[in-house]
Design a protein around this ligand. Sequence first.
Ligand SMILES: [Fe+2]
Ligand SMILES: [Fe+2]
Length: 170
Amino acid sequence: MEYMLNICNKLHDDHMITISLMERIETALPRIGRKSTPDMAEAALSSLLSDLQVAMQNEVTSHFAFEEENLFTRIEAMGETPMIDMLLGEHEIIRPMAAELMQAVKAARSDGFSADSWQAFYELGLDLAERETFHIQKEEMGFLPLLEQIIDDDDDADLCRAYDAHQLAG
Ligand SMILES: [Fe+2]
Ligand SMILES: [Fe+2]
């Protein structure tokens, strides 16, 4: 999908990266199974873990913060508070889950999984994948189309600069 605003396309690109990662979780974990602790030497799992570490960090730090600081505030000012309360509430649920998942990924990459840590990772991973996917679908269906209606070209350029600064700041 192509948006008219550059800022919407930047957010959309982030969303697609996250969605494809969530799809990889939803495919890889059930394929291994909750009860069979995987071998860390398995290439597909080890590349999924390293991609997760990088992308989730960006998602829940710079992407979420950018949306909250620069965009949710504008939509809230228009009176669209129910939508923003819902999206913000989802960020607040996803953020600690992603932090926990990143901790689990870090521990697994250094020490491997035990039966218990794999089961915890399995449940957390699938729960996070479902919540993130649903959150992104809502933003793509309601939030980005609304931004397209309220942001003009000058604002778009300013927002893109702010977005790039966020990316650099990590
Ligand atoms: Fe969001
Ligand atoms: Fe988003």
